[in-house]
Design a protein around this ligand. Sequence first.
Ligand SMILES: Nc1nc(=O)c2c([nH]1)NC[C@@H]1CN(c3ccc(C(=O)N[C@@H](CCC(=O)O)C(=O)O)cc3)C=[N+]21
Length: 293
Amino acid sequence: MTAAVLDGVATAAAVKDELRVRVDALRGVGATPGLATLLVGDDPASRSYVAGKHRDCDEVGIRSVRVELPATATDADVRAAIRDLDDAREVTGIIVQLPLPAGLDELAMLEAVDPVKDADGLHPVNLGRLVLGVQGVVDAPLPCTPSACLELLVRHGVPIAGAEVCVIGRGLTVGRSIGLLLTRRGIDATVTLTHSRTRDLADHVRRADVVVAAVGSPHLVQPAWVRPGAAVLDVGITRERILADGRARLLGDVHPGVADVAGWLSPVPGGVGPMTRVMLLDNVVRAAERAIA
Ligand SMILES: Nc1nc(=O)c2c([nH]1)NC[C@@H]1CN(c3ccc(C(=O)N[C@@H](CCC(=O)O)C(=O)O)cc3)C=[N+]21
């Protein structure tokens, strides 16, 4: 079997077409959405992600503001920058790019963002609303990578209701919260959350109809672990600096041989990453829509 590609680039382009229409409508009533990114320090991967987010904004007509602080910025410096963005009328969405340099308290900084402008869906209030919103009635921004995974599955017609989902990784941006999303009423997956201390990880993966690999451990998921026909979402991205021109090759958490076993597979690059960026834009547009409602 050769897995069908869960194509994040094509799907992101389709979502962007929809977003452009919504942004035009907002602009028409003088409510153009605006995203602010806050980058602290000069981690090259973070810099390239942030650059991608601004390109995406340009493509759909969202205004964007870039704030950068040196790696030496203090807690007070970062808080002051966030407060300015919380107060800026033209900014409807904010992201604090993670990871922050050592010494800064990431959770405290996520909490400093106005939850109304939280484009990442990582503010405790919004994560709390995700917990409370079992019925799907609470309208709050969703964490971008979990909603990217869901959107990629839905738009490729992968069955989710009643499916066994095995999530590998318990990190803040994916593993911790994706089960809350996939078990909502109307989505109705059964989710197992596994991590580095899980006994017999391969056995859990083997039972899954959908595997979400979000650890950051290159090629962890082996072909022999995967149930034939399963959908595999490769969320991990590790940069391996080996190419002759000094650029980094990107490695996912899924062994390439899984493509011969799985029914669907999201590639790295070109899978969940581009969808994550587009779901961020969706949060920004939604916040602007809520602001005028
Ligand atoms: N506050 C915050 N929010 C985030 O959403 C957030 C974050 N911090 N810190 C880091 C992680 C990682 N993340 C990615 C988003 C897009 C790609 C992406 O577009 N990847 C491309 C490749 C891009 C490349 O060449 O590196 C792809 O997979 O095709 C990757 C990773 C968002 N994160």
